[in-house]
Ligand binder design. Structure first.
Ligand code: F6P
Length: 363
């Protein structure tokens, strides 16, 4: 009996809306057009190290287009090259990449599709360099991956954050308060910029433009003088004051990228109160932005990127990820994609548009 060719899919890093839509796209194309057998590696690189996987039949990936999260599970700490063992004082890291690669080779797959952010794609690159046929698909709400104009998950997170800002607007207006809304985004300001503009934020603070709290306070006071007794401040979790540092929420020692940002919203609200004597409150959008169903845009993007990944497999173009450039789907080398975050360029046209409608960036 002729054995069917096999493909495996893994999802790594923080989840986001649209991952299941990619899993569906990859699996359906592989099954329908190539008659392949599909396997899902469980819990990101944990599953690869510990040889945990499941077979994905057509019916397993049918009906998941609109489902948030990932049916395979994910991990932000599992890295085969620096795999955490033990906890606290007994925590140590081991290079288990050989075991992980052996596990995939034993499964006999022609290609491993890694759906991940820059950290997971960096690992995918190393696995490819060490002998595996790997193709990446860029995923994150942060939109901070180099080589692609946009990542799936971003549009959905912008929609959630914008709805949050809209709802906060009405209570800010009613109570004549300053409302500070902290959004995610890691070290880049895409999410704060887009949701801030979509939600009509009066002040938008992003990591790429360090802010001066006196400028923020002046803007708030000027608005009050003009009769606008409330202000909406949208702050990226990675924003920092001029000459200052980011606010860190926690350190996850097991993680390859151990710093978790968060808390700037509270620091800023206190500073604004001190400077203006106006009442301020903080809302942290947090993981709400990663949950739930993908927007139509993200469903379409996820389907395009997933099917493009299988096309790369067909052409034997391993070591690349599927990506978007203008209105085209392209391939982009994994090592370059993982070479640090894609931040908002200072001359990004949207920043100028926002300034033109009176938005303050705190500079
Ligand atoms: O990369 C996605 C992201 O949600 C970032 O925006 C945020 O900084 C981080 O992950 C939060 O990580 P965790 O889920 O570990 O709290």
């Amino acid at each position: 009996m002729k054995t069917r060719k096999r493909i495996a899919i893994l999802t790594g890093g923080g989840d986001c809306p649209g991952i299941n839509a990619v899993i569906r796209a990859v699996a359906k194309k592989a099954i329908l057009e190539h008659g392949m057998e599909v396997f899902g590696i469980e819990d990101g690189y944990h599953g690869m190290v510990n040889n945990r996987y499941k077979r994905l039949a057509y019916d397993d990936v049918s009906g998941i287009l609109t489902l948030g999260g990932t049916i395979l599970g994910t991990s932000k700490i599992a890295n085969p090259y620096r795999y955490p063992i033990g906890k606290d004082k007994s925590l140590e890291f081991r290079d288990l990449s050989k075991t992980a690669i052996e596990n995939i080779k034993k499964l006999g797959v022609v290609c491993l599709v890694c759906i991940g952010g820059d950290g997971s794609l960096g690992i995918a690159h190393r696995l490819h360099r060490d002998g595996l046929n790997v193709i990446g698909v860029p995923k994150t709400i942060d939109n901070d991956i180099r080589g692609t104009d946009v990542t799936f998950g971003f549009d959905s997170a912008v929609a959630v954050a914008t709805e949050g800002i809209d709802r906060i607007h009405t209570t800010a207006q009613s109570h004549h308060r300053i409302m500070v809304i902290e959004v995610m985004g890691h070290h880049s300001g895409w999410l704060a910029l887009y949701s801030g503009i979509a939600g009509g934020g009066d002040i938008i603070l992003i990591p790429e433009i360090p802010y001066d709290v006196k400028v923020v306070a002046k803007t708030v006071k000027q608005r009050a003088k003009k009769g606008k007794r409330f202000s909406i401040v949208v702050v990226a979790e990675g924003a920092k004051p001029k000459g200052g540092e980011v606010v860190i929420k926690r350190i996850v020692k097991e993680s390859a990228d151990p710093v978790r940002l968060g808390g700037i919203g509270f620091v800023l609200a206190k500073q604004i109160e001190d400077e203006t004597s106006l009442e301020a409150r903080t809302v942290v959008m947090g993981h709400l932005q990663r949950g739930g169903s993908p927007t139509p845009f993200d469903r379409v993007l996820a389907t395009s990127l997933g099917t493009k990944a299988v096309e790369l497999m067909e052409n034997g173009e391993f070591g690349y990820m599927s990506a978007v450039k203008g209105n085209k789907l392209i391939k982009f080398p994994l090592d370059k994609a993982a070479a640090g975050p894609k931040t908002v360029p200072p001359a990004y046209p949207l920043i100028q548009s926002a300034r033109s409608v009176g938005t303050c960036f705190g500079d």
